[in-house]
Design a protein around this ligand. Sequence first.
Ligand SMILES: [Mg+2]
Length: 178
Amino acid sequence: MSSNKTVGKKEDKMRISFDLDEVLFVYPETHKTEPPLKFPFNKIYKERLRYGTPELINKLQEMGYEVWVYTSSYRTEKYIKNLFKHYGVKFDGIVNAMRHIKEVQRDSATTLPQKLPSMYRISLHIDDESIVCSLGRQYGYRAYQLTDQDDEWQEKIIKRAEEIRHLNELEELENAPQ
Ligand SMILES: [Mg+2]
């Protein structure tokens, strides 16, 4: 697909990350959701996925994006992996609170933002929190804010991702040695 690309050292795929709480995990009272898992898995994994989540993640990966989770929650990587496996989703990377503290915050004297997608070369992060989205400019990542039920969330995120991928490609061309 991109074999005829003439610039760039590596065929790096663009990375997109999703927050979990209030973004991919929502409540049936306020959002359309995917069906719960069958017994006994519904007793282990109680979170409900925003309707269309598996379809969107798989679609983005088919389109050549890496899809990550970036959450401030302490759910383990294993828990997140297994939950999504039941819905046919496999993420390319997972950053939870433990990993963020270990790899991003480390022993910095100042408290860094709760998420720093640019540290993981993530170009687009989807989050419900305004603060996370507004810090993007300062910390070098782009964000898409998603909170409410939106029947067109898949199309909107794909559109945003395509715009950013295009911008990144242009930037790469600009920076290519003459
Ligand atoms: Mg959230």
